[in-house]
Design a protein around this ligand. Structure first.
Ligand code: DAK
Length: 277
């Protein structure tokens, strides 16, 4: 069930969400899952500046949409996203503009990472350069068997600039990150699974992402948001401070309706009905 984009009616219900028109992606919400599909398959969904702008916009829509419980990013055609747009990068000359370019891209990836709902990259095909960096900004990654993942920037005389040199070692460890970043090779899905770079490999990435989202959505939405916050904030600070963050957020769970309901349902041997409160 997609959101209606019809703005022609005078009377818009108070709860209706204003969804902007997108040119390079499709936004749909069905059964609690927001699907963001990149729709520029002729350019292998490369992240031109206009595409990055739309991704930033769609993260705002997702964050404000109360119907969304999980967000999935995926691509049309044979690529998830084949990187930043090489033709735009080729025109860059100035060191400061280059830096601004990286900061702008990083900010978009940060918007994805900061989404309050769990996020999944359904990697349907090539996830290279900026495409892999986008997938790394998601909480979970599922890859189609035929997918290829990599950071080929050094082969272009570049380095990853949308978070790849930082998020990849945090996810898979420095040694494995060096392998990918220094060779620039395309890693097949099965190897990506062994490296811990993806969480699942399946014939159909979107179907696997839906299944994963459905498992996640059985749980308390409040607990999911707090768990995500604990992992995200804890990852950037020393362990003693990280454990304090965990304790603070744990403390918040005990005041929620969802915790009363989840624990009561267990004791009463029934399925919980979470309200997300
Ligand atoms: N950008 C622009 N166009 C792209 C593209 C890309 N990243 N990737 C593919 N395309 C275009 C191709 O040019 C081709 O266009 P036409 O010739 O049809 O007009 C079309 O998409 C189909 O691609 P191919 O014909 O190449 O398709 P194949 O199946 O033969 O090959 C491939 C698929 C994925 C192996 C190949 O397309 C490929 O190697 N693509 C480039 C992958 C890549 O190197 N990606 C990393 C880009 S670097 C920075 C910050 C961040 C970054 C850079 C700088 N600064 C701060 C400065 C991040 C950089 C990157 O992401």
């Amino acid at each position: 069930m997609a959101h209606e984009h019809d703005h022609s009616h005078e009377e818009v219900p108070a709860f209706a969400l204003e969804v902007p028109e997108f040119e390079f992606l499709r936004y749909e919400v069905a059964e609690g899952i927001a699907w963001v599909t990149f729709t520029r398959p002729k350019a292998l969904n490369a992240l031109a500046a206009d595409v990055l702008r739309e991704i930033a916009e769609v993260t705002e829509v997702i964050a404000e949409d109360p119907e969304v419980k999980v967000a999935v990013f995926t691509g049309e055609g044979k690529a998830f996203v084949a990187g930043a747009d090489i033709s735009e990068i080729n025109a860059l000359k100035d060191v400061f503009i280059g830096r601004e370019f990286a900061l702008a891209g990083q900010e978009v990836m940060n918007h994805i990472a900061a989404l309050p709902v769990p996020t999944i990259a359904a990697i349907n095909g090539y996830a290279l350069g900026g495409g892999l960096e986008l997938a790394l900004a998601c909480d979970l990654r599922v890859a189609a068997k035929k997918a290829k993942l990599g950071l080929p920037e050094v082969g272009l005389g570049l380095i990853p600039g949308f978070g790849g040199t930082q998020r990849l070692p945090r996810l898979v460890g420095v040694g494995r990150a060096f392998d990918l970043i220094l060779t620039g090779r395309h890693v097949p899905a099965e190897e990506a699974l062994a490296l811990g770079l993806v969480n699942r490999v399946a014939d159909d990435a979107a179907a696997a992402a839906r299944e994963l989202a459905q498992q996640i959505m059985k749980n308390s939405p409040v607990a999911l948001a707090l768990a995500k916050e604990a992992v995200a904030r804890g990852a950037d600070v020393p362990l003693p401070e990280a454990l304090e963050i965990e304790a603070d957020l744990f403390g918040m769970t005990v005041t929620t309706h969802d915790m009363r309901e989840g624990t009561a349902a267990f004791l009463e041997k029934r399925a919980p009905e979470f309200k997300g409160e």
